[in-house]
Design a binder for this molecule. Structure first.
Ligand code: SME
Length: 154
């Protein structure tokens, strides 16, 4: 399956990226956005004192939600409920915090270190229902690969 091969190639490529921690994370996010056209805005949030803080992002626009308390938004929900949050249509979701009017669907995948959530990968898509279980699997694998780097930068 071609898309699966693309995921595997990308995961392999992550291991080869060189550079400082935050630069490396930025290269990964830029690469994801370039390779996967439905991933329109990608951010890594880290959990600091019950708040999610934006560490690095790739996207055309800046978000005004750089700090999200864990009782707010889909980002907070992923931490509170310790699970992946995959929303087909954000426009009718009461928990959703809007960052960009173009966003139609969103995927939030927790990043774990020693069994605890230390942050998350948040992806906005301008396409409705952009994310399926393959995206969940793929982004979870990325979360595993970047966990040490993220942990060092909390
Ligand atoms: N939509 C998110 C907020 C972060 S922005 O998408 C960048 C949420 O509902 O938590």
């Amino acid at each position: 399956m071609a898309i699966k091969r693309k995921y595997l190639n990308f995961l392999q490529h992550i291991d080869e990226i060189k550079g400082e921690d935050l630069e490396k994370l930025k290269v990964i996010l830029d690469g994801l956005r370039k390779e996967f056209s439905k991933y329109n805005w990608i951010g890594i949030y880290v959990l600091r004192n019950e708040k999610l803080e934006l560490l690095v992002y790739s996207g055309d626009k800046e978000t005004e939600h750089k700090i999200i308390p864990i009782d707010k938004g889909l980002c907070g929900m992923a931490v509170r409920e310790k699970r992946i949050v995959n929303v087909y249509d954000v426009t009718n979701n009461p928990v959703y915090l809007q960052c960009f009017p173009e966003t139609k669907s969103e995927l939030v995948v927790p990043i774990y270190k020693n069994g605890e959530i230390i942050g998350e990968i948040d992806i906005d898509s301008y396409t409705l229902g952009a994310f399926n279980e393959n995206d969940e699997w793929f982004v979870s694998k990325i979360a595993e690969k970047i966990a040490d780097l993220v942990y060092k930068n909390i």
